[in-house]
Design a protein. Structure first.
Length: 173
């Protein structure tokens, strides 16, 4: 059953609000994707504070017009799904990329990153980047490495002193 004008207006307002809060938006074609696979995708996305929604391309275009982002709905074919990430820019793309490689039916069409419309290749390239948690872990390791090295140097001198004293004690006996 077609939606009424009021229902479409509510969807449009919700889209505007979501586009205001999102850190990344990914457009996908989910034609011939099984419902159980879509549900699994939604579950995985929920873990990283992202959502999957099916929305008319016309409404997406109207919502993006509000943010001065040009959107040509004719450019995107198939069943149009929208994935919005609200916390991390990279994790939702990693999830979609992994699932699309496994299913071969879910295809990335493009998206919005840093307030600009991006092509499919640019969005897929984001999946190769490390996540925030990985980068934070590397940063902590890099910051702690010199300290642990200094600690090993200090312990080495203590070890050598203890070994020298034990050798002296052995010779005295």
């Amino acid at each position: 059953m077609p939606k009424t004008r009021e229902q479409k207006q509510k969807v449009l307002e919700q889209l505007k609000e979501n586009f205001q809060k999102q850190k990344i938006a990914v457009f996908v074609d989910f034609k011939s994707t099984a419902t159980k696979d879509i549900e699994a995708l939604k579950k995985d996305l929920k873990k990283v504070n992202a959502i999957f929604t099916v929305v008319k391309k016309t409404l997406v275009g109207l919502a993006l017009k509000y943010f001065n982002i040009p959107f040509d709905r004719k450019k995107y074919e198939g069943q149009f799904g929208l994935i919005l990430g609200f916390e991390d820019e990279i994790e939702p793309v990693k999830i979609i990329s992994k699932i699309s490689k496994k299913l071969k039916k879910l295809n990335i069409l493009g998206g919005i990153f840093a307030g600009e419309l991006k092509e499919k290749q640019e969005i897929e390239a984001l999946a190769a980047l490390p996540s925030k948690k990985e980068l934070q872990g590397k940063l902590i390791w890099l910051l702690s490495y010199p300290i642990s090295g200094f600690q090993n140097v200090l312990q080495g001198n203590m070890r050598k002193l203890v070994m020298a004293l034990s050798e002296i004690q052995k010779k005295k006996q």
